[in-house]
Design a protein around this ligand. Structure first.
Ligand SMILES: Nc1ncnc2c1ncn2[C@@H]1O[C@H](COP(=O)(O)OP(=O)(O)OP(=O)(O)O)[C@@H](O)[C@H]1O
Length: 273
C-alpha cells in the first residue's frame, strides 16, 4: 500500500525582488531536498523555527504549490502530474487546518455555512445531506448543532479552532494537515484541541501532518518528528528518540530553549519530564 503522504527530495525556491538592473538575485530556497513519509493513522510532526520552511512544506503537501524539484505524492499519486479536475476530485481526502481560524472562516457567514463549504465545493451534495453532515461534525468536535447558526465572533479562540477542525474533517479526509493549529491558543485550550485531534486521528484513522514551531506541542502529539532548519531536515525519528536520544546539536538547542534541562546538561532526559 502506498504511503498516505510522501515527499521525495522536494525543493522549493522563491524568486526574490530584483534590486539591481544588472543582476538578478539568487532565488531563496525555502525547502531543500526534503523527503518524508506519513502513514494512515499516524502523526508526523514537523518542528522548526520561524522561516525554516514549515508553511511552505504545508502548501506543497496540499498541492497549493508545486515543487521545483522532487515529488509530492498523496496515496501514491504525484500531485504535480494530476490535472485540475483530478486534483479537485482528490481534495476531499486531504484537508488543512490553519493557525488563524479567521483565515478559513468568513466572519460574515454563519458557522454552518463555512463548515459546509468543502462539501458544497468539492462534492456537490444535496442541502439536506450537507446539513446533517455539518450537524454531526459540529457535535463530533464538541460543539452544538445550534452553533451552526452563529457567527465566528460569537465563539472563543478554542471554539473557533474546533469549528476550523470541523470544516477540515467534514469530507471525512484521510489526511489532515495542521499548520500551527494550536499556536494562538492558551496552554489549557491547546491541550483540549490536541486531545481532540488525537481522538479524531484514532477514530477516523486520520493521518496527521502536524506542523509547529513549538517542540513541546509537537512532541505531545507526534509518533515521529522531523526537525527542519533553513529548509532542510536536520534530524528525524520516533518522538522519544528525537526528544531524548538525539545527538543533533540543533535539536538539543531547541529542547534547551523549550526548557528541557537534560538537553542542556547532556544527560538522559527520561527522568526530566
Ligand atoms: N511566496 C513567497 N515568496 C518569497 N519568499 C517566500 C514565500 N513564502 C515563503 N518565503 C520565504 O521562505 C522561507 C520559509 O518561509 P515559511 O513561511 O515556509 O517558513 P515558516 O517556518 O512557516 O515560518 P513562520 O513560522 O514564520 O511562518 C522564508 O525565508 C520566507 O521568507
Amino acid at each position: 500500500m502506498p504511503a498516505l503522504l510522501q515527499l521525495d527530495r522536494v525543493t522549493r525556491r522563491y524568486a526574490l525582488p530584483r534590486r539591481s538592473l544588472l543582476r538578478a538575485p539568487a532565488p531563496l530556497t525555502a525547502v531543500s531536498n526534503v523527503s518524508l513519509t506519513l502513514a494512515r493513522g499516524e502523526t508526523l510532526g514537523v518542528v522548526g523555527e520561524s522561516g525554516s520552511g514549515k508553511s511552505t512544506l504545508a502548501r506543497l503537501a496540499m498541492g497549493f504549490e508545486r515543487p521545483d524539484e522532487g515529488a509530492v505524492c498523496f496515496d501514491g499519486k504525484d500531485l504535480a502530474r494530476l490535472s485540475k479536475p483530478e486534483l479537485k476530485a482528490l481534495r476531499p481526502r486531504f484537508q488543512m487546518v490553519f493557525q488563524d481560524p479567521y483565515g478559513s472562516l468568513d466572519p460574515r457567514r454563519r458557522v454552518g455555512w463555512s463548515v459546509a463549504e468543502p462539501l458544497r465545493v468539492l462534492r456537490r451534495e444535496e442541502p439536506a445531506v450537507i446539513e446533517s453532515q455539518v450537524n454531526a461534525v459540529l457535535e463530533r468536535v464538541g460543539l452544538r448543532v445550534e452553533d451552526a447558526r452563529k457567527y465566528p465572533h460569537e465563539f472563543s479562540g478554542g471554539q473557533r479552532q474546533r469549528i476550523a477542525i470541523a470544516r477540515g474533517i467534514v469530507t471525512s479526509p484521510d489526511l489532515l494537515i495542521a499548520d500551527e493549529a494550536v499556536s494562538a491558543l492558551d496552554v489549557s485550550v491547546q491541550a483540549q484541541i490536541l486531545n481532540l485531534l488525537m481522538d479524531l486521528r484514532d477514530d477516523m484513522g486520520l493521518g496527521l501532518f502536524f506542523i509547529s514551531h513549538d517542540l513541546q506541542v509537537v512532541s505531545s502529539i507526534s509518533d515521529r518528528i522531523v526537525v527542519l532548519r533553513q529548509g532542510e531536515i536536520v534530524d528525524d525519528g520516533p518522538t522519544d528518540d528525537v526528544m531524548f536520544r538525539s545527538r543533533n546539536a540543533y535539536t538539543r538547542s531547541l529542547m534547551a530553549a523549550a526548557g528541557w534541562r537534560a538537553a542542556r546538561d547532556g544527560q538522559s532526559a527520561a527522568t526530566d519530564r
